[in-house]
Design a protein around this ligand. Structure first.
Ligand SMILES: Cc1cc2nc3c(=O)[nH]c(=O)nc-3n(C[C@H](O)[C@H](O)[C@H](O)COP(=O)(O)OP(=O)(O)OC[C@H]3O[C@@H](n4cnc5c(N)ncnc54)[C@H](O)[C@@H]3O)c2cc1C
Length: 282
C-alpha cells in the first residue's frame, strides 16, 4: 500500500465523513505501524483524526473505558486496582512501537501476532464503534468473529473499549511466547478466572498466534468449570484436552512442538490467574 496523501481532521465524526467520501481510496491512520504489513500496491489517502479526544483511560461503575487512540505506552503506564492491561503492554514489541501503536489499531486489523484481541476476548470486553453517526457496542466475541478490518469500512471507527475492573476473587493470567525479546508472538494465552470458595465459577481461556485468529478454548473451559482450583487437576485436564485443538508451528518449529508448548503455557496462565484470584488484595 502506498500513502499518496494525508487528510488531517478534527473529530472522529469528521474523519468518518471523509473516509466515506474517499471510499476504497481512504484509510484511517492511528499509529501507522501496520501500514508496511499491507502488501498491495493500492494508493491510499491516510485520514488522521485529532487523536486527543480518544486518548483517555477512565474508570466508572466497575469498568475501565479506554479511548481507541490510547497508545500501548499509555496502557503500560496506567495503574489502578483491577487493571491488567499494563502486563500485556509490557510484553508488546519495543518502546518505539509501544509509543506509536494504539489500542484501536491493534484490534481493528488482527494479525496472527496481535496481542490485545486475545486479551479482550478473555476479559469479555465491549467494543464501541462509530457507525452512521452513532456508537454501536459489540461484545468482543462478535467483534472478533471475523477479521474486524473487513467490516470496519465505510467510515466505521472504533471509538473505545470497555473492560471490567477485576475484583477480589477474580484473576488474570497472560503468557506470550516469543523467540527473542521484541519478536512477534509464537503463542499467546490470556485467561480470566472467577473463583468462589476455592472452586472455578467462571473461566475464559483464549489463545492466539499459533492458532491464527484468536480462539476461545471452550472444551478446556467447560471441563474446568465447577472444579476446585487445584494445580494437579489443572495440569492433567490441560494435558488431556489441549490436543483437541490444531496448533501451528511458528518460526521453524513443528506443530507437535507448538502443541506441547501450548499445554505448558495454558497451564502457566491459568495458575497465574488462580494465584491472583486467591490473593487477599482488597
Ligand atoms: C516490528 C513490529 C513488531 C510488532 N510486534 C507486535 C506484537 O508483538 N504484538 C502486537 O500485538 N502487535 C505488534 N506490532 C503492532 C501491530 O502489528 C500493529 O502494527 C499495530 O497494533 C497497529 O496499531 P496502529 O495504531 O499503528 O494502527 P495503524 O497502523 O494506524 O492501523 C492499523 C489498521 O487499523 C485501522 N484502524 C486503526 N485505528 C482504527 C480505529 N480506531 N477504528 C477503525 N480502524 C482503525 C487502520 O485503518 C489500519 O487498517 C508490531 C509492529 C511492528 C512494526
Amino acid at each position: 500500500m502506498k500513502i499518496v496523501d494525508f487528510v488531517s481532521t478534527g473529530s472522529v465524526e469528521q474523519a468518518s465523513t471523509v473516509l466515506k467520501q474517499l471510499g476504497a481510496k481512504g484509510i484511517l491512520m492511528a499509529g501507522g505501524t501496520a501500514f508496511h504489513f499491507f502488501s498491495s500496491e493500492d494508493e491510499k489517502t491516510a485520514v488522521v483524526p485529532d487523536d486527543e479526544q480518544l486518548k483517555f483511560i477512565s474508570e466508572n461503575n466497575g469498568f475501565f473505558e479506554i479511548g481507541s487512540f490510547a497508545s500501548i505506552s499509555d496502557l503500560r503506564e496506567f495503574s489502578n486496582q483491577g487493571w491488567v492491561l499494563d502486563r500485556v503492554a509490557e510484553e508488546f514489541a519495543t518502546q518505539q512501537i509501544r509509543n506509536m501503536s494504539t489500542l484501536g489499531g491493534n484490534i481493528s486489523q488482527v494479525f496472527p501476532w496481535s496481542d490485545f484481541p486475545v486479551v479482550l476476548l478473555a476479559l469479555s470486553a465491549e467494543i464501541n464503534v462509530l457507525e452512521e453517526k452513532e456508537s454501536r457496542a459489540y461484545e468482543a466475541v462478535d467483534f472478533f468473529r471475523q477479521q474486524p478490518g473487513k467490516f470496519l469500512k465505510n467510515g466505521k471507527i472504533v471509538k473505545s473499549v470497555k473492560i471490567p475492573v477485576l475484583e477480589k476473587g477474580e484473576g488474570f493470567g497472560y503468557k506470550k511466547e516469543k523467540r527473542t525479546n521484541a519478536a512477534f508472538s509464537t503463542l499467546t494465552v490470556a485467561v480470566y478466572v472467577k473463583l468462589e470458595k476455592g472452586s472455578i465459577k467462571d473461566i475464559k481461556i483464549v489463545s492466539g498466534a499459533s492458532m491464527g485468529m484468536p480462539k476461545r478454548l471452550g472444551i478446556i473451559e467447560n471441563e474446568l468449570k465447577g472444579k476446585k482450583a487445584d494445580t494437579g487437576m489443572l495440569k492433567e485436564k490441560v494435558k488431556a484436552l489441549a490436543g483437541q485443538y490444531s496448533w501451528k508451528g511458528k518460526e521453524g518449529t513443528t506443530k507437535e512442538y507448538a502443541g506441547c508448548l501450548a499445554q505448558t503455557r495454558i497451564t502457566d496462565a491459568i495458575v497465574e490467574a488462580f494465584n491472583e484470584a486467591e490473593s487477599e488484595v482488597e
